[in-house]
Design a protein around this ligand. Structure first.
Ligand code: GLU
Length: 431
């Protein structure tokens, strides 16, 4: 049985890199009917926080990565002590008392030798133990070090594949020495390539290493984020980018992960999110958007027309890059006063369109069957009579009605605003 683990330290939120590591572990076992173990590495009592544990669990759940078992290292100190004692007894470790610290540290003796990692992604990597210092197993305060607790746990939890970021590659030879000293079987290792920011260098907060929960707040769909994370180090083939997770599960193998560093590109993520938003279930999207509209005071929580919101969600869906964009883009459908963008106004409404607007108001008023097609026909007939190109008025009318230069098709906007509100808003610009 294949068993993998994701082992976050709750000293911070789950970021993009951690999300990708979790994904590749989870994905790997799905098709193989293996188990996904979650191990909270909370040995650092000062820096580990319950709020980070909650945030990490929440983000993993939101991404859809269900774990089969969960362990907390803070509850396993007795186990680590027992194994350290074993190494002491066998003469493979020694104790050391630091002058200013209570208690004794237990330290592992590193013997000169060559260490070979057989990495499933990177191939064989050789290390020389000459370059590895003796390793602290248990600190003088009784807490285990990362490398030691990690080896004991990976062995006791029967982990068959250790899949983690390649920032841990220098830990792997140290861990291999510990497996050997403890007489425990080695798992297979797979180190995922680095994720870089767009400007080169490691992904940093500035270049997008924001918490997964922040992406959630920014209006990304979990399916889109997962699909994007997948492409960071793997390709489904045939230039495909949008791929259903169930299909990815079937196609994915850890040995097909790229060796080279990945680049985190927010624009690409936005594109991906739009791909998913386009085809998202409109009813569900409406459920997500309603609280945002309430918060933005676009609708009253106890008195709004869900059908109207739904029709607008459908209208905007093809264009949305983030769920939250809806509130910014569609506010004019809800607010009494249009929030006018001064740049749009200067660009499109500085000329006097009183005559044209007045005529269009008249035509709209006379329109019997207020449909998108009829509104368009009414507009185009008028422009033909005036001998003007459509674009001369399309933008000024749009800005007058919406306060913005971008949005869905003008005739759809007029249709959804309704005859009265459209007339009223145009009338404001008739001098
Ligand atoms: N707690 C370590 C980390 O968050 C885990 C590394 C590992 O997967 O071994 O980086």
């Amino acid at each position: 049985m294949i068993r993998v683990r994701f082992a976050p330290s709750p000293t911070g939120n789950l970021h993009i890199g951690g999300g990708r590591t979790a994904l590749f572990n989870w994905l790997y076992i799905r098709a193989k009917d293996g188990k996904f173990i979650l191990r909270i590495e909370d040995t650092d009592k000062e820096r580990s926080k319950k709020e980070f544990v909650d945030e990490i669990l929440g983000s993993l759940t939101w991404l859809g990565f269900k774990w089969d078992e969960i362990y907390y290292q803070s509850k396993r100190f007795d186990i680590y002590r027992e194994y350290a004692q074993k190494l002491l007894k066998e003469g493979k470790a020694y104790t050391e008392k630091l002058p200013d610290k209570p208690g004794e540290a237990i330290i592992f003796k590193v013997m000169p030798q060559k260490i070979k990692i057989k990495d499933l992604i990177r191939g064989d990597i050789e290390f020389d133990a000459e370059n590895i210092k003796d390793q602290v197993l248990m600190k003088s305060d009784g807490t285990p070090t990362y490398n030691f607790a990690c080896v004991v746990d990976d062995a006791l939890m029967n982990i068959t594949h250790v899949i983690r970021g390649d920032d841990h590659i220098s830990n792997t030879p140290k861990q291999i020495l510990l497996y050997e000293a403890l007489g425990l079987p080695l798992p297979a290792f797979a180190h995922l390539p680095l994720i870089m920011g767009m400007e080169g260098g490691r992904l940093s907060k500035r270049t997008g290493a924001t918490a997964i929960s922040d992406y959630r707040k920014m209006g990304y769909l979990p399916e889109a984020l997962v699909n994007y994370l997948l492409l960071l180090s793997w390709a489904p083939g045939e230039d495909r980018e949008v791929i259903d997770i169930n299909e990815a599960i079937k196609l994915f193998d850890i040995t097909d992960v790229n060796k080279t560093a990945a680049t985190f590109d927010l624009k690409k993520l936005d594109w991906m999110n739009n791909q998913y938003l386009k085809s998202a279930d409109s009813e569900k999207l409406t459920d997500d958007i309603i609280p945002m509209l309430i918060e933005a005071k676009c609708i009253d929580k106890d008195n709004f027309d869900r059908g109207y919101v739904l029709s607008l969600v459908k209208l905007f869906q093809p264009r949305l890059a983030h769920v939250n964009d809806f509130v910014d883009w569609a506010d004019f459908f809800f607010l009494k006063e249009v929030k006018m963008d001064p740049v749009a106004q200067a660009k499109c409404l500085s000329k006097d369109f009183s005559k044209e607007f007045a005529l269009f108001v008249q035509r709209l008023d006379a329109l019997q069957d207020f449909t998108v097609e009829n509104i368009e026909k009414c507009f185009r007939d008028m422009m033909a009579e005036l001998g003007l190109e459509a674009k001369v008025l399309i933008h000024p009318i749009r800005v007058a009605l919406t306060g913005k230069t971008i949005g869905p098709g003008l005739f759809e906007v007029i249709y959804h605003l309704g005859k009265e509100r459209s007339k009223e808003r145009l009338q404001k610009w008739i001098r």
